[in-house]
Design a protein around this ligand. Structure first.
Ligand SMILES: Nc1nc2c(c(=O)[nH]1)N[C@H]1C(S)=C(S)[C@@H](COP(=O)(O)O)O[C@H]1N2
Ligand SMILES: [Mo]
Length: 311
C-alpha cells in the first residue's frame, strides 16, 4: 500500500502515474502478466453470446479515453475519531487518471447484449488465491448496478502508457465516478448477473453503516462517490501576506459546480477559481484562491458543491 503525500498533488489535472496511490487487498500478481499484454484474456459472461476475448481482440472493438478520479473509499479514514480499521489514509488515496480502453458497452453489444434479467455488472480480479481458504472470503469480486454500463470501460492504458501491474495491468475494469474498489484490477471475468456477488468484499465489506454495526447486504454499497474537496497547499506553514491556497475538488458521478475556501475555519467563504482544463464530469478540478493573511494561526477549509446542490 502506498499513499500520495498531500503536498505532492500539484496544480495540474492529471496525477502522474508514479505518484498515484497503490492499494491491494491481496498480493499482486507477478510482473510477468504484463510482458505480453495483448495476450491477456477476459471472459465476458451473462451476455447472449458469452466469449473469452484477448486484449488484442478488445482493442479492435472500440477505444475511448476518459479522465476519472480513482479514490479508495477509505480515503480520509485517518481523520475519523472512532479509530476506523484499515489503511490509515489521510487524503492521498486518490488521483485523477486518464484511462484508455474499450467502452464496455461496445463489447457487450458485439456479444448480442446482456442476457435477460441482468441487474449488475460483476467483475473478478485475476489474483491467484492461496490454497486452503474459502475463495469467497478473499477474492476481489465486485458488482455494480447495470446502469454503470453507460460509462464503464475495460482499460489497458493509463496516462498514455500501458497499464502497469501496480494499477491493474494488463486490463482493468474502470467505473468512472465509483469508489476505487469497483475498479477491478487484472480483470479476468466480467459478468452480467441478476444478483450481487456473495463474495465477502461485496456482501459485508464496503457497506455504509453506523459505527459498530457489522456489514451486511441490506446496507448501501460503496458505489457512487460523493462530492469532495481538500486543500493541498499550504499545509503547516503559510506566510504573512499573500498566499495561494491550492486544492482539488470533484463531484463523483454528479458534475462539480463550485468550490469555496475559508481561512477562518468556516466563518466566511470565498469562491475559488478552477485551474486547468475541464476533463469531464468524472475528473477532478484543481482550484486556487489568493488570500492575504495576518501573522498568526489560520484554519483553512474548503467545501465543494455539485450541480445537484450536494455539498
Ligand atoms: N484485482 C484487484 N482489484 C482491486 C483491488 C485489489 O486488491 N485487487 N483493490 C481495490 C481497491 S480497494 C482500490 S482503492 C483500488 C486501488 O487502485 P490502485 O492500486 O490502482 O490505486 O483498486 C481496487 N481494485
Ligand atoms: Mo480501496
Amino acid at each position: 500500500t502506498m499513499e500520495t503525500q498531500r503536498g505532492a498533488i500539484g496544480s495540474g489535472v492529471v496525477t502522474p502515474s508514479d505518484r498515484l496511490f497503490v492499494r491491494n487487498n491481496l498480493p499482486a500478481p507477478s510482473q510477468e502478466i504484463t510482458a505480453n499484454p495483448d495476450a491477456w484474456e477476459a471472459r465476458i459472461d451473462g451476455v447472449k453470446e458469452p466469449r473469452t476475448l484477448s486484449v488484442a481482440e478488445l482493442k479492435q472493438m472500440g477505444v475511448v479515453t476518459v479522465a476519472s478520479v480513482l479514490q479508495c473509499s477509505g480515503n480520509g479514514r485517518a481523520f475519523f475519531p472512532h479509530g476506523a480499521s484499515g489503511t490509515q489514509w489521510s487524503v492521498g488515496a486518490a488521483g485523477c487518471v486518464l484511462w484508455t480502453g474499450v467502452p464496455l458497452k461496445a463489447v457487450v453489444e458485439a456479444l448480442g447484449g446482456p442476457s435477460g434479467g441482468a441487474k449488475y455488472i460483476t467483475s473478478t480480479g485475476g489474483e491467484s488465491l492461496p490454497d486452503g481458504l474459502d475463495p469467497k472470503t478473499i477474492v476481489v469480486e465486485r458488482s455494480v448496478p447495470a446502469e454503470a454500463l453507460d460509462s464503464a470501460l475495460l482499460a489497458w492504458e493509463m496516462n498514455d502508457e500501458p497499464l502497469p501491474v501496480a494499477h491493474g495491468g494488463p486490463l482493468r475494469m474502470v467505473v468512472p465516478g465509483y469508489y476505487g474498489v469497483n475498479n477491478v484490477k487484472y480483470v479476468k471475468t466480467v459478468a452480467f448477473t441478476e444478483s450481487q456477488t456473495d463474495a465477502k468484499i461485496q456482501a459485508s465489506g464496503y457497506r455504509i453503516r453506523d459505527v459498530g454495526v457489522a456489514g451486511s447486504p441490506d446496507q448501501p454499497s460503496m458505489w457512487q462517490m460523493n462530492v469532495k474537496s481538500w486543500i493541498t497547499s499550504p499545509l503547516e506553514a503559510g506566510r504573512k501576506g499573500r498566499n495561494m491556497v491550492y486544492g482539488v475538488a470533484f463531484g463523483g458521478t454528479v458534475p462539480l459546480q463550485k468550490v469555496e475556501v475559508s481561512v477562518d475555519g468556516g466563518e466566511t467563504w470565498k469562491q475559488a477559481r478552477f485551474l486547468g482544463p475541464d476533463l469531464g464530469p468524472f475528473a477532478w478540478r484543481p482550484f486556487v484562491l489568493a488570500v492575504d493573511l495576518e501573522a498568526g494561526e489560520h484554519r483553512m477549509v474548503s467545501r465543494a458543491t455539485d450541480t445537484e446542490g450536494n455539498t
